[in-house]
Design a binder for this molecule. Structure first.
Ligand code: ZN
Length: 202
C-alpha cells in the first residue's frame, strides 16, 4: 500500500506558505509505515518543534489501474474520508531551502491519519464541505470545489506515473489555515457536519 499526496492544491494555502500556484499537481508520497491506526494518539516527534496539521480529503483506491482517464476515475474508488497530513514544517522549510526532498518532513512515522470511511455515492464529491477544529476553534474550513485540480483530474494525473493498487490512499491537498499542534490538543475532523475523527496530540 502506498500513500500519494498532493501539495498546493488550494490557491490560498499555496500563497499562505509563500508558494506559487502550480500548473500541474505537486505530488509526493508517504510509506505505509506513516499511517496511524484509528485509535492512535499522535506523538510529537523529537526532531521537530513545529508540527503542522493539514486536513485533507482522502480517497481509497479499490481497483487496480494505470493511465486512467478522468471520465473513468470514479470507477476506481468508492470510499473517502477526511484525513491529516502531519508535516514537520521547520524541517520542510530547511529541506526546501536546501532544494532537498521533503520525505523526512512529510513521511515520518504517524504522519498520516484517516477518519471513518464514507461512501462517495452519498455525497457530491466536487462540492464537499469539510472542517478541522483544533480544540474548540475552527482552524481549517474547505470545500472541494476550491481545488485547483479536482479529484478526477488528480486520479488521471497520478496514474500517468504510478499504477494505483487496491488500498492505496490519495491525500488531495489542504486548504488554508494550516498551523502548529501542541501537546494536549485534540483535532476534530468533520465532513458535511458529520464528525469523522478525533485525534489527541501528545
Ligand atoms: Zn498536505
Amino acid at each position: 500500500m502506498k500513500i500519494i499526496c498532493v501539495g498546493r492544491n488550494f490557491g490560498r494555502h499555496a500563497l499562505e506558505l509563500g508558494n506559487e500556484i502550480p500548473k500541474e499537481p505537486v505530488l509526493f508520497m508517504k510509506p505505509d509505515s506513516a499511517l496511524m491506526r484509528p485509535t492512535d494518539k499522535f506523538y510529537i516527534p523529537d526532531f521537530s518543534t513545529n508540527i503542522h496539521h493539514e486536513a485533507e480529503i482522502v480517497i481509497r483506491i479499490d481497483r487496480i489501474g494505470k493511465r486512467i482517464q478522468r471520465k473513468f476515475a470514479r470507477k476506481y474508488f468508492s470510499q473517502f474520508s477526511l484525513g491529516l497530513d502531519f508535516t514537520a514544517r521547520d524541517l520542510q522549510d530547511e529541506l526546501k531551502a536546501a532544494k532537498l526532498p521533503w520525505e523526512k518532513a512529510k513521511a515520518f512515522d504517524q504522519s498520516a491519519y484517516v477518519g471513518t470511511w464514507l461512501q462517495v455515492d452519498d455525497y457530491d464529491l466536487n462540492n464537499l464541505n469539510f472542517k478541522l477544529m483544533r480544540n474548540d476553534q475552527d482552524v481549517q474550513i474547505g470545500n472541494t470545489s476550491d481545488m485547483l485540480f479536482n479529484i478526477e483530474t488528480l486520479v488521471e494525473e497520478i496514474s500517468k506515473y504510478f499504477t494505483l493498487k487496491i488500498g492505496d490512499l490519495l491525500f488531495t491537498g489542504t486548504p488554508a489555515g494550516v498551523g502548529p499542534v501542541s501537546h494536549g490538543d485534540t483535532l476534530n475532523g468533520f465532513v458535511e457536519g458529520k464528525q469523522v475523527f478525533s485525534v489527541d496530540i501528545r
